[in-house]
Design a protein around this ligand. Structure first.
Ligand SMILES: [Zn+2]
Length: 338
């Protein structure tokens, strides 16, 4: 089979690889229906995460089960399945507490921009849809496996409540999905921080009520203007840079909460400042598995359409162009079809 391999910054190649095999009785092999490029894949592409040796890429997938290990009974060959970038047994203490992305047997997916993928912990990780969904739903279900699940966690961690005010920092795919989540959780006012017109438009269609184009302290000042001078109830940080985190912490009101889901790069938090702010903080890799059944229902019922974050579709063999287009911000998110 073939799949994407990164060799160095800016050098992703589509290569012939060995077919994945069942290695553990808890594994499954799927045939990829669609996969995609993640914003976090751009860190090694840009050389901001080191690539010491060539390795496969990709952690988002939906597909058809081809084969299961002896201990996998929850899914069977032929079924269409949705998973998560973090695999989980769904039985350990951390899983039972709802933090499947911190499963004691967790393995992060890293080979999904490929025609076939081995899924460890398949029993606890994969959720099958009832029937094979129409192709029009595949992008939405793929979004659920990562960006939508992550946006949902940002809203959950920031404790978005009906009638509340939510600020979303970041207008990438996760930020846009975070707008969907805040809306679904009943936020009355959703302020999206974005400088890009096409993304602002999509944010509004997803439920944003206000757009703030300023960044840094100017952005915080705008949020204060819009929130009676005190800041927002919930802030959803979906970028991961030091500036975005500072903006998020300063935009939350005393007693408010920040959910941070952008993978932090050189983010440092001042303990004294956090102490005196009265802001609650929770983040981390999203426990997507906790939300999968609910989010799959919302997509298949047509209630939400997070698949709209994919604004570029490419054949999988042009995966490198997907990285390039996202790096140059010509695309929000690239969908790849084997
Ligand atoms: Zn577990």
């Amino acid at each position: 089979m073939r799949g994407a391999v990164i060799h160095a910054p800016g050098d992703v190649r589509f290569e012939t690889l060995g077919d994945p095999k069942i290695l553990q009785p808890t594994d499954a092999i799927i045939r990829t229906a669609v996969t995609c490029v993640c914003g976090s894949d751009l860190w090694p592409w840009r050389g901001l995460d080191a690539t010491d040796e060539a390795h496969p890429m990709g952690h988002e997938y939906v597909g058809f089960v081809e084969e299961v290990g002896a201990e996998v009974t929850a899914v069977e060959p032929g079924q269409f399945v949705v998973g998560s970038f973090a695999t989980s047994d769904n039985t350990c203490a951390n899983c039972r507490n709802g933090f499947q992305s911190n499963c004691l047997n967790r393995e992060f997916m890293s080979t999904c921009q490929a025609e076939h993928v081995r899924i460890p912990n398949a029993q606890g990780t994969l959720v099958a849809t009832g029937d094979v969904p129409d192709e029009e739903f595949w992008p939405g279900l793929l979004a659920v496996s990562d960006v939508m699940g992550t946006g949902w966690y940002a809203a959950d961690a920031a404790e978005v409540r009906p009638g509340s005010t939510a600020v979303v920092v970041g207008d990438g795919a996760v930020g846009l999905c975070a707008v969907i989540a805040a809306k679904e959780m009943g936020a009355e006012r959703i302020i999206a921080m974005s400088r890009h017109e096409s993304r602002q438009r999509l944010a509004r269609e997803f439920g944003a009520t206000d757009i703030v184009t300023e960044r840094g302290e100017d952005g915080v000042a705008r949020i204060k203007d819009l929130t009676d001078g005190i800041g927002a109830d919930s802030v959803l940080e979906c970028v991961g840079t030091a500036q975005a985190m500072r903006q998020a912490l300063h935009a939350a009101r005393p007693g408010g909460n920040v959910g941070f889901v952008g993978v932090p790069h050189e983010v440092a938090i001042d303990g004294q400042e956090l102490f005196f702010s009265h802001v609650g903080l929770r983040g981390g890799p999203a426990p997507v598995r906790r939300y999968l059944p609910d989010l799959i229902d919302r997509v298949l019922s047509g209630r939400i359409d997070p698949g709209r974050v994919f604004d570029l579709t490419l054949p999988l063999d042009q995966v490198a162009e997907g990285y390039k287009a996202m790096d140059e911000r010509r695309a929000i998110k690239a969908l790849l079809r084997p």
